[in-house]
Design a protein around this ligand. Structure first.
Ligand code: ATP
Length: 199
């Protein structure tokens, strides 16, 4: 059971390290989490947003799995390979577009709450944007000092801890904590892979 969990975890981290779109989804999910933990939303709206985020991650991971499978089957140009990869990518695109529309609809529906949440939004921007920056730094493929990653992880954790006491939703705060952990693990994995390549 533990081994299965570890394999699945490795699959998730590998996708974040090697798929640019997955990194975009991860940072976008953190921004969704910051909005969800900043303004009071109804249960149905929270569930919908979290489900959309999970569905996009699922689709991107599956897209990555299909790409590997196709590359395993053929390294040459093949019309069926192209169709398979394009269809898998289209699945992610459809979900991502739908999520943007749903997110916008939820914000429009709660516009009065947004207008009444000035101080909460100011706090989310002041602490949340640096948190998003920490996650962005961790997932960027650029080579950097290990200390940059350490500062980003510790800085992100401190910012999350500062945001947590006044959160509008502990589920979104927990989601953001999970995203920070995934970003930290991806940074570590990328470093390990680089070290292996240089040996
Ligand atoms: N073996 C192949 N035969 C034909 N077309 C291919 C092949 N491999 C890739 N392609 C085309 O190139 C596109 C990009 O494929 P690639 O394997 O580079 O995935 P990617 O860049 O990781 O895609 P994504 O946009 O999902 O991140 C595919 O959507 C497909 O149109």
């Amino acid at each position: 059971m533990l081994a299965s969990f570890l394999h699945a975890w490795n699959g998730l981290i590998h996708t974040v390290v090697h798929q640019r779109n997955m990194r975009v989804h991860l940072v976008s999910a953190l921004l969704v989490g910051l909005v969800g933990s900043g303004i009071e939303l109804g249960l149905a709206e929270k569930v919908t947003l979290i489900f959309c985020v999970l569905l996009i991650f699922f689709a991107e991971i599956l897209n990555s799995a299909l790409e590997h499978l196709v590359d395993l089957a053929t390294r040459h140009f093949d019309e069926k390979a192209r169709l398979t990869k394009d269809a898998a990518a289209a699945g992610v695109l459809v979900l991502a577009t739908g999520t943007v529309v749903i997110f916008a609809a939820i914000l429009v529906h709660n516009w009065q709450t947004v207008l009444d949440s000035g101080p909460q939004i100011a706090r989310q921007v002041a602490l949340g944007l640096p948190l998003a920056l920490c996650v962005l730094v961790l997932v960027l493929p650029r080579p950097r000092s290990v200390w940059v990653d350490r500062v980003a992880v510790v800085g992100g954790a401190v910012l999350l801890a500062a945001l947590a006491p006044r959160t509008a939703s502990s589920v979104f705060t927990a989601m953001n904590a999970g995203l920070l952990v995934v970003a930290g693990a991806a940074a570590r994995q990328r470093r390990l892979e680089r070290a292996r390549q240089h040996r």
